[in-house]
Ligand binder design. Structure first.
Ligand SMILES: C[S@@+](CC[C@H](N)C(=O)[O-])C[C@H]1O[C@@H](n2cnc3c(N)ncnc32)[C@H](O)[C@@H]1O
Length: 334
């Protein structure tokens, strides 16, 4: 179990910050350790500016109960119980082993007793299609619309219809620190995963947030109002292959795993010296592919590309990584 380690003086400031961000694990106590303080955080928490440790002796407020304690099922099935789930606002999203399919209602009910602050449990059967739509089923509770708080931003979302990637948290945070005073184009905006935190925390001059799925775009428009960034984010409902403006962007975000089909539009959108954040799902064996694609497309457009950074965001599937490449695209030197 993870904790952030800080000096005594820093404890309260950092604890408040983690609480505000929804990252504090409230089931565990702060622990004094060799003159420092361990502040417990949720497993999904990631931060570049804080030291994270694996706690050797976590101190729980109450004996650590699991949702399994609320279930009367035989041990032969108990071992298939999921160890983790996603909490989006007040909605729990869980995947289940097929052996437990017939117990889904019980498990849903048990989770709601375990998380009294939650209203609905959704069974997730995967995400597919161009619009990355989840296939989900309500197994406890009712309404599936919620507001998820993250990094000081509010995201209204219908968890039945729209994905929200837990694994992209650190990348959303990283993007929130970029773009000050810039013109940005977010080509696969969704409900504003990147555009909203960037607008809230970095105040770009303008963000064109393009989204093809009218349902997601509807939530994007609501989230722009909810976070009071109407003066920065301009929502565009449509296909980024058509709607992406040419030659005006200081920064382009291509947060979609099949973005290679749109790379020409991403690069064409950039003004000389602009930066592209290009995402791809790539097998480990050919992890250079996204970089090669950027060089090839820039070359086709008579422009030079300089790779600033390439990072792994999360494991996408066995042997395949979700990566992002940051590249600066200059006009070709004469
Ligand atoms: C995976 S989601 C975005 C995830 C987000 N980057 C994150 O980090 O969580 C990709 C979004 O791109 C949208 N999309 C797919 N093809 C598109 C296109 N041609 N033009 C605009 N949006 C598109 C999908 O509807 C979906 O909402």
């Amino acid at each position: 179990m993870r904790a952030v380690i800080v000096s005594r003086e820093e404890t309260e400031r950092v604890r408040q910050k983690l609480l505000f961000e929804g990252a504090l694990d409230k089931t565990r106590r702060l622990v004094k350790k060799s003159g420092l303080i361990e502040i417990p955080v949720k497993e999904s928490f990631a931060a570049e500016d804080l030291t994270l440790v694996e706690q050797e002796e976590p101190h729980f407020y109450i004996p650590k109960k699991t949702h399994g304690d609320y279930l009367d099922i035989p041990d032969s099935e108990r071992k298939f119980l999921p160890a983790g789930w996603q909490i989006l606002g007040d909605i729990i999203i869980i995947s289940l082993h097929e052996r437990l399919e017939n117990r889904k209602a019980e498990i849903g009910k048990a989770l709601l007793s375990f998380y009294p602050g939650c209203r609905t449990v959704l069974l997730d059967r995967g995400i597919s299609g161009q619009m990355r739509q989840p296939e989900r089923e309500v197994i406890a509770g009712g309404s599936t619309e919620t507001i998820h708080m993250e990094n000081g931003c509010s995201f209204k979302i219908d968890a039945m219809k729209i994905m929200y990637s837990k694994g992209n948290l650190a990348e959303r945070k990283r993007m929130s620190k970029l773009g000050e005073g810039e013109t940005v184009v977010d080509m696969f905006a969704g409900i504003g995963y990147f555009s909203i935190p960037m607008a809230v925390h970095s105040k770009p001059r303008k963000i064109f947030a393009i989204e093809i799925n009218p349902v997601a775009s509807g939530y994007l428009k609501e989230n722009i109002k909810l976070n009071r960034v109407e003066d920065v984010v301009e929502p565009v409902t449509g296909d980024c292959a058509v709607a992406t403006p040419h030659g005006i962007a200081d920064r382009v975000i291509m947060g979609y795993l099949d973005a290679h089909e749109y790379l020409e539009h991403g690069i064409r959108a950039l003004s000389p010296g602009g930066i592209i954040h290009y995402h791809e799902a790539v097998p480990e064996a050919i992890e250079r592919r996204p970089v090669e694609r950027i060089f090839a497309e820039a070359g086709k457009q008579g422009r030079d590309a300089k790779i600033i950074n390439m990072r792994r965001i999360k494991k996408y599937s066995p042997g395949v990584w979700h990566v992002v490449v940051d590249a600066r695209i200059a006009a070709r030197s004469p």
